[in-house]
Every structure is written in structure tokens, then in C-alpha cells.
Design a protein around this ligand. Sequence first.
Ligand SMILES: Nc1ncnc2c1ncn2[C@@H]1O[C@H](COP(=O)(O)OP(=O)(O)OP(=O)(O)O)[C@@H](O)[C@H]1O
Length: 218
Amino acid sequence: MHRPSYQDPALEIRDVTAGYVEGSPVFAGLSLSFGKPGLVHLRGGNGTGKSTLVELCSGYLLPWQGTVRVGGLDASSPAARAGRRICRTQPALYPDMTVRDHIVFTSRCRGADTEAGLDRAVRLGLEPWLDHAAKALSTGNTRKLWYVVCTLGSFGCAVLDEPFNGIDQEGAEKIAEELSLWGADRLVLLISHMVPAALAVTDDFVLDRTPRSGESWH
Ligand SMILES: Nc1ncnc2c1ncn2[C@@H]1O[C@H](COP(=O)(O)OP(=O)(O)OP(=O)(O)O)[C@@H](O)[C@H]1O
């Protein structure tokens, strides 16, 4: 069986038509292909389909037509999860679970190094909050925890939707450092209106309209 690996950063969206309301697709014949590592910055106005693209990559939104493959695997298959990370805009944490326990629990689920996860949280300024419940965190610290939890362990492809929202400058710089580092040997698809100067973007494109059937971006 083909398993996604750290060395398999491919994301391929082929001829995808998808949306939420029958007869009114958000994408019609969308094709995007990234076959090698890099930090790709995806921009676009409100409502152009950025979050819809995230959901297609996550495998939760199934295309009406076409295919979405992550690490060579169908995005909706359970096997695709291991090599892919998705960080949505809306944090989904356990209100009564501490910051530390979020990281320990998720690291165990991912087979990841717990200490490495805690170190990342500390670097982002969460040390004073490690033993506090998630519900006690400020908006920015909630988002820092969410970002860490969503990106624990090894992966070949990560898709992040507005990870800098609500994050202070120091935290944004730390996140930019991590994303730049990952971009050297993994595929990182970053959706963000704001981009810190330190970010080492290797590719950039704008999602500014619904593409016509058969149109390809990359
Ligand atoms: N759950 C849903 N049900 C119906 N329509 C939806 C749903 N989610 C998004 N849409 C529609 O799909 C289109 C694309 O929305 P999407 O959220 O993907 O855009 P976006 O580029 O992420 O926007 P923003 O920058 O505002 O976050 C919009 O017309 C939106 O109204």
C-alpha cells in the first residue's frame, strides 16, 4: 500500500468542480498541481474560494467531479491524513483541557515527539499558559495553540488558512520562521492576507475568480 511520507509533498487538484449548492459550483474545472516542496502563498479576495480549497485538501469536502490527491493519495482517504496537516481559521479546542494536555494528547495521536511540540508552544510564548485550560486563553494565544496542535509531527504537506490572524508580531515572526523552514523540504500552502517580511515564499498566486473549465494555474 502506498503510504504518504515526509518525502511526498505532492498536492494535485485535477479538473475539480466543487461547491456547496447544486448548480452553483465555487470551482468549475479547477486544476492545480504542486509536485515539489515549497512555501506557496495563495491570495484572493473574500469569497473567491480559498477556504473551499482548504476543505477540498482536507478531504472533508468531496469534489462533484475531478480528483484531489495529497501525497499521492485521495484526499478523502484515511491514509492521506498521516502525511497532511490542515490548519483552519476557526480553532476547535477542548475548552477544559490544558494547553499542555492538548499538545500531549495530539502528539500521541500523531505518534509525534511531545517535547518537540511543547518546545514549539514555548517558543510562541505559551509557557506561562501550559497548565491553564484552553478556555482561559486570549484570542491570540488560542490561535497559537491551534496552530501548534494542527501542525504537530512529521508531514509532507500542510495547508494553513490565515495562521497569522490575531497573532502578535513576535509570534507571527516565529510562525514565519517555521513555515519557511518547512518549505525547504515539504509543501506548505499558505492562505493569508498578511505576510510577515521574514517569510521565504517560493511561489505565489492569486485566486481572484472562478476558473473556467479546464483552466490550470500551476
Ligand atoms: N458551507 C457553505 N455553504 C454554502 N456556501 C458556502 C459555504 N462555505 C462557503 N460558501 C460559499 O462559497 C464561496 C467561497 O467561499 P470561501 O469561504 O471558500 O471563500 P474565501 O476565499 O475563503 O473567503 P474569505 O476570504 O472571506 O474567507 C462563497 O460564495 C461562499 O459564500
